[in-house]
Design a protein around this ligand. Structure first.
Ligand code: PLP
Length: 478
């Protein structure tokens, strides 16, 4: 089995680059290679693309702040903490923060700062009563993440921001796992995010800073990024980040529905496992489960074609027991019985049980899948059962859908083209360039067009959504 055939369930570690992000990046990797900080026309052209990307990233943030691009969330969190604090500061952090927060706070403690670690409840939520007791009347910074990267719990960040403000402090939110999936924390003072968790490129993130919050730079030099982060920006990375943010904003509701659907499937499959962390206050794209008598290292070596993680990707190679699982009260031995996994918006809905279904197919000889035909205007919908290997056009016609077109073999037909949902588009065999051109010309269609006579159904296409034209062919039979 090739690496790309593996079932990927590690969306908390990273996500696949969205096609839109890839397409947005390409020009800046070749033809438009200019320096965005150059004063000439070419430099200004790419600088404009950087600002456009900044606007797209900011569109998912509250109003009244600015986006500072960094190399990722680790740098953004370092900038936020080291750039706003001094060796006399009082800093509070939750015990289950990412190492980028905990280690930076500890470094400042080494310089003389006071660092208070706030405990979490066994549910993985910050213990508010303990926080009220442990926090002094005045603090300088409280840092709590929005969604935990290991157990997916969602912290009450807005109440925590108020707790920080009531003590005269700033509130920093690591929103890496929540950005683009949940509304941004409205009253945070600084928010750290990372492109590669939302189907953008690796190597870029940002710190959102509320207007009026003063920061000192960590990196000195040419004064780029509003004097906060010197160094030439990569327009390819900013364009990819901007495009991914735009897709995330446009798809937020659809993705949430999709993730909820996957969650339902997952908890059904794993109904006899224990879930770590709150089930309610949780991003449902994260499942972190354990089972007595099961060793995760062994499971990993036995289920090699499923990529899941045991602990956060950053610490899993270190052999260190997870501080998050310790934080919620699990022993090291219990933590070894974990099978955490994450699902993401571009994660294909069915893949999780394709493994199981393929087994069934081999045993039974034939294998049914479902195709969902929806009229372009979205008003009519028909779910059709088809057999793997069937041709899509024939399936539609057999179901009485008025989808015409017998291919004349010369790409001359322009009657049976359909629009395939983006989620499944990548699973289809690639159309030739001629086909794509013809489709675009014939229908003014988006990139997701395909000729239905070209598509033979495979197991991976289970759940395929096909939009069929309504203008020339009515969907009244549907
Ligand atoms: N914070 C959280 C919650 C994360 O999950 C990660 C990445 O795993 C980071 C921070 C660090 O992000 P980056 O990889 O962009 O440095």
């Amino acid at each position: 089995m090739s690496l790309t055939d593996a079932t990927y369930l590690d969306y908390q570690a990273t996500t696949r680059l969205a096609n839109e992000a890839f397409d947005a990046m390409l020009p800046y990797l070749n033809a438009h290679f200019w320096n965005p900080h150059s004063a000439h026309k070419l430099g200004r052209a790419v600088a404009a693309s950087v600002e456009n990307a900044r606007d797209n990233v900011a569109a998912l943030m509250p109003p009244g702040g600015r986006v500072v691009f960094t190399s990722g969330a680790t740098e953004a969190l370092n900038l936020a903490i080291k750039g706003s604090m001094t060796p006399t500061s009082i800093i509070a952090v939750s015990a289950i923060e990412h190492a980028a927060v905990l280690d930076t706070a500890d470094w400042l403690a080494g310089q003389g700062a006071t660092v208070i670690r706030l405990p979490v409840t066994p549910d993985g939520l910050l213990d508010l009563a303990a926080a009220e007791q442990l926090l002094p009347d005045r603090i300088d910074l409280l840092a709590v993440m929005q969604v935990n990267n290991e157990i997916g719990t969602i912290q009450p960040v807005e109440a925590l921001a108020e707790m920080a403000h009531a003590r005269g402090g700033l509130f920093l939110c690591d929103a890496v796992q929540g950005y683009g999936r949940l509304p941004a924390p409205a009253n945070a003072d600084m928010v750290a995010i990372s492109a590669h968790k939302i189907h953008g490129p690796k190597g870029i993130g940002a710190l959102w800073v509320r207007d009026g919050v003063m920061l000192s730079p960590l990196i000195h030099g040419g004064g780029q990024e509003q004097g906060l982060r010197s160094g030439t920006l990569s327009p390819a990375l900013t364009a990819g980040f901007g495009a991914a943010a735009k897709v995330a904003l446009a798809r937020m509701e659809d993705d949430a529905r999709h993730v909820q659907h996957l969650w339902q499937l997952a908890i059904k499959h794993f109904s006899d496992w224990m879930i770590n962390g709150s089930v309610e206050a949780r991003y449902k794209g994260n499942l972190n489960i354990r089972r007595d008598g099961l060793d995760v290292a062994r499971l990993m070596s036995e289920v090699r074609d499923v990529a899941f993680s045991a602990g956060s990707a950053c610490a899993s190679g270190s052999g260190r027991p997870s501080h998050v699982l310790r934080g919620i009260g699990l022993s090291d031995a219990q933590a070894k019985k974990l099978y955490p996994f994450g699902v993401g918006p571009l994660y294909d809905a069915r893949r999780h049980h394709i493994g199981r279904r393929n087994v069934k197919r081999r045993r039974r000889g034939n294998f049914m899948i479902t195709v969902n035909f929806i009229s372009h205007d979205g008003e009519t919908e028909k779910l059709v059962q088809a057999q793997v290997g069937d041709n899509l056009l024939k399936v539609a016609q057999a179901a009485g859908l008025p989808l015409e077109g017998t291919c004349e073999g010369q790409m001359a037909c322009s009657t049976c083209h359909v629009i395939i949902d983006k989620l499944w588009f990548d699973k289809l065999p690639r159309a030739s360039e001629d086909e794509e051109d013809m489709l675009d010309l014939a229908s003014g269609a988006r990139r997701t067009s395909r000729l239905s006579c070209q598509i033979d159904l495979t197991a991976e296409l289970d759940g395929l959504v096909v939009h069929i034209p309504t203008e020339s062919r009515s969907m009244q039979g549907v």
